[in-house]
Design a protein around this ligand. Structure first.
Ligand SMILES: [Zn+2]
Length: 64
């Protein structure tokens, strides 16, 4: 997969924060899959959380 995440590949239909439909301009890549949110603010909240956890945990044992 290259380029921008595509909403056609998005694994969820509604925003996990709000329950609203996923917006095509609020997609992110997570564990190699496309995940979606209702707006970029929700996506940024997710990406900030994931980045902090990734930094704390490091590379998972036995993967990558
Ligand atoms: Zn949202």
């Amino acid at each position: 997969m290259t380029g921008k995440p595509d909403i056609a590949d998005c694994v969820n239909e509604t925003c996990p924060w709000s329950g609203k439909p996923v917006s095509p301009d609020a997609l992110a890549l997570y564990r190699g899959r496309v995940v979606g949110f209702c707006n970029p603010g929700c996506r940024n909240k997710f990406e900030t959380a994931v980045a902090q956890f990734d930094a704390l945990i490091g590379t998972p044992a036995g993967s990558e």
